[in-house]
Design a protein around this ligand. Structure first.
Ligand SMILES: [Zn+2]
Length: 396
């Protein structure tokens, strides 16, 4: 599955770094070890049945081998998405293998329904291919052997993963396929997201209901396990569908983003001015931002609201604005012509709280803050959801 990342910063470690695929970091989340333990445990008995005479310790080792190969299969699925993205020129932030499957975090969005379709279909195609290869292997392997048991279980697991991920609801791959279809028909990605997010939510309810009624009778451990798994999947899909809707709503409105909606009337102050006096002047001028300027009137720093608030009232007459400011490095300066997705990306990438907007002559016009942008997004979100996830369904 594929989802947009939260920011453009170097990705924080999401677990164990397994390696890089064309520069894209691939992580193994600590939560994967939970599913590995469950897979190992639950396949030990099954391997015992498929390979008569195998001792329990060996069966457990085979179970562990299946868990690892299953993770490799999921990774191959994700790399299918990633390779397609890279081929289309879409950047991928990272790949994470976790409790419920894998996720590829894509930066930017597909430029059309065809791209969306190709990125979405690549993962399940890889998984179906693997299911075919494992099936062929299982059919040629001698009966009642460890190799045949492993290949059979892996073939079935991959088939389940492919089918499950093709279910037509976001955040699953099938949801993205549905979105690409509606996008193609209506010309609106948001319409596609709305449709696929609602089918995603319907799927979540269906999985929960199925989990409640299809519990194995008479086996409390299995019943609890299947209910827990159904709940996890249902919540995961429900939340993912909502996030997809929010992300699509925001990206749909991003072209309307204007600096004029965000810019705060600001006051220019010299670096040595005490905070208390700067605040008094700002209040008098009804300014909501403070920009530090040098002797020639050029902006050199922007006052941090958080740092000001951290200075006790009685210290403010003795603390200069320079001490509570951020030096204006390039990423804190926003040209007044910036708007739309470029403006959003600029602010998201630098992750600062305050920015100074400048005119072509380099003079400060005002301050924009990350909080104001977040508030605006919040208003947009009130209207409506982004990410797509892959889940394995059950590993069996
Ligand atoms: Zn996928």
């Amino acid at each position: 599955m594929v989802r947009p990342p939260r920011q453009d910063r170097p990705p924080p470690a999401a677990g164990l770094l397994l390696g890089r695929f064309f520069g894209v970091p691939v992580y193994l989340s600590p939560s994967w070890f939970v599913i590995a333990a469950i897979v190992t445990f639950s396949y030990t008995d099954e391997v015992g049945l498929l390979v008569p005479g195998i001792d329990r310790a060996t069966a457990a080792m085979v179970g562990l081998g299946i868990a690892v190969l299953f993770a490799v299969s999921l990774l191959a699925h994700e790399l299918g998405h990633v390779a397609t993205c890279l081929g289309l020129g879409l950047r991928v932030r990272r790949v994470v293998i976790f409790l419920l499957g894998g996720v590829s975090e894509i930066e930017g969005e597909p430029r059309g329904p065809a791209e969306e379709y190709l990125v979405a279909v690549a993962g399940p195609l890889v998984t179906l291919l693997l299911a075919g290869v494992f099936t062929a292997g299982a059919m040629t392997a001698p009966g009642h052997t460890i190799a045949r048991a492993m290949l059979t279980i892996l073939a079935v697991s991959n088939l389940i993963v492919a089918v499950f991920n093709l279910l037509p609801g976001l955040p699953l791959d099938g949801g993205q396929l549905l979105r690409s279809g509606v996008w193609r028909l209506t010309g609106s990605r948001l319409a596609g997201t709305r449709a696929a997010a609602w089918t995603g939510r319907a799927l979540a309810v269906l999985i929960m209901v199925t989990g409640m009624f299809a519990v194995p009778a008479g086996n409390l451990v299995a019943a609890t396990g299947s209910l827990l798994l159904a709940s996890l999947l249902a919540v995961f899909i429900w939340v993912g569908a909502g996030q997809a809707l929010i992300a699509a709503t925001i990206s749909d409105r991003l072209p309307q983003l204007r600096l004029a909606d965000l810019i705060r009337p600001s006051l220019q102050v010299p670096a040595d001015l005490p905070i208390s006096e700067a605040l008094r002047r700002a209040w008098q001028a009804r300014a909501q931002g403070l920009i530090v300027v040098d002797g020639t009137g050029r902006p050199t720093a922007v006052v941090s609201e958080a740092r000001v608030m951290a200075v006790p009232e009685q210290r403010r007459p003795w603390t200069s604005v320079a001490e509570v400011s951020h030096h204006l490095r390039d990423e804190l300066v926003i040209p007044h012509t910036l708007s739309g997705p470029e403006l959003f990306e600029r602010m998201r990438a630098s992750q600062a709280m305050e920015y100074v907007v400048t005119d072509p002559a380099g003079q400060a016009i005002g301050v924009v803050t990350a909080n104001d942008l977040a508030r605006l997004m919040q208003q947009w979100r009130a209207a409506g959801g982004g990410p797509r996830h892959d889940t394995t369904g059950a590993p069996r």
